[in-house]
Design a protein around this ligand. Structure first.
Ligand SMILES: C[S@@+](CC[C@H](N)C(=O)[O-])C[C@H]1O[C@@H](n2cnc3c(N)ncnc32)[C@H](O)[C@@H]1O
Length: 235
C-alpha cells in the first residue's frame, strides 16, 4: 500500500536527490574526514561513541532474518551481516546500493531499490534495522513509517535503530545543524550545492513514549553526546 501523496513530496524528492549526489562522499561524515574533520579532540570523542554504539548494537544480536531500511553505503550493513541469518537491504538510491554492494561483496545479501514512502515489505523478518533514517521521516509520516516496520516484522520480531542527537559538532564545518525543534534543514555537498532535507531530532524518553502510544514497547538510550539507539517490539 503506497503512502498517500503529501505536501512534503517535493521535500522528500530533494532529500533523495541529496543522498544520491552525496553517495560518493557520504562516508566522510562517519569517518570524520574532509569537512567533517573537527580536530583530534572532537574526532576522538566521536570515535569513542561510535565504538560504544557499535558494541551496544552488536550486543542486541543475533538478528535472524534481517531487513535493513535505508542501508546507504553499508557502514551498518557490514556490522549486521555476521549476526543476520539472511539480510535484505533497501535504499532508494542506486548510487548508495552500488557502494554498499562493492563494500560488502556478498552475493547472499538481497538488495532492493525502493522508496520507503510507499513500499510494501516482500515478506516478514525477525529484525528491521535502520540507522540515521528515522530522523529523515517527516513527523506527519512517523505513524505510517512505524506501520511499515510493523508489517515487516514476524512474530516475536523487533526493530533496532540508531540515530543522531542534536549537537553542532556532529555536522560539517560551516554546516547547519538546524533548530532543535525544526523538522527540516539545509545541507551542503562538497561541490557547494545546498539541499533541503527532513531532519527531526528524537530524544529517547519522548520517542519511547510516542512509540508506546502507537502500541510499541521501546527501550531507547543515548550515548554521551552524539547518538541515540534502541529497540522496539510491537506490543
Ligand atoms: C542518513 S543516510 C543513512 C544511511 C545508512 N543507514 C547509514 O547509517 O550510514 C539516509 C539514507 O536514506 C536513503 N534514502 C533517502 N530517501 C529515501 C527514501 N525515500 N526511501 C529509501 N531510502 C531513502 C538515502 O539514499 C541514504 O542512503
Amino acid at each position: 500500500m503506497a503512502d498517500l501523496p503529501g505536501p512534503d513530496d517535493d521535500l522528500l524528492a530533494e532529500q533523495l536527490a541529496y543522498y544520491r549526489a552525496r553517495a560518493p562522499e557520504y562516508d566522510e561524515w562517519w569517518e570524520r574526514r574532509g569537512r567533517f574533520d573537527r580536530g583530534p579532540e572532537l574526532n576522538e570523542a566521536w570515535y569513542r561513541e561510535v565504538a560504544e554504539l557499535e558494541a551496544a548494537i552488536d550486543a542486541l544480536g543475533p538478528f535472524g532474518d534481517t531487513l535493513e531500511l535505508a542501508c546507504g553505503t553499508g557502514i551498518w550493513t557490514r556490522r549486521l551481516r555476521p549476526q543476520a541469518a539472511t539480510l535484505t537491504a533497501v535504499d532508494a538510491s542506486e548510487e548508495m546500493i552500488g557502494l554498499n554492494r562493492a563494500r560488502l561483496g556478498d552475493d547472499s545479501i538481497e538488495y532492493l531499490t525502493a522508496n520507503l514512502f510507499g513500499w510494501m515489505p516482500p515478506r516478514r523478518f525477525d529484525t528491521v534495522f535502520f540507522s540515521f533514517w528515522l530522523s529523515h521521516v517527516p513527523p506527519e509520516r512517523f505513524e505510517a513509517f512505524w506501520g511499515l516496520v510493523g508489517r515487516a516484522l514476524g512474530p516475536g520480531g523487533r526493530a533496532v535503530f540508531v540515530d543522531n542527537q542534536w549537537i553542532e559538532s556532529a555536522t560539517s564545518l560551516g554546516g547547519r545543524l538546524g533548530d532543535r525543534d525544526s523538522t527540516s534543514v539545509e545541507r551542503q555537498l562538497n561541490d557547494g550545492h545546498w539541499y533541503r532535507i527532513v531532519k527531526v531530532f528524537h530524544e529517547p524518553a519522548e520517542l519511547a513514549q510516542r512509540l508506546g502510544g502507537l502500541g510499541w514497547e521501546a527501550r531507547i538510550t543515548a550515548t554521551a553526546q552524539y547518538f541515540i539507539y534502541g529497540e522496539a517490539s510491537p506490543g
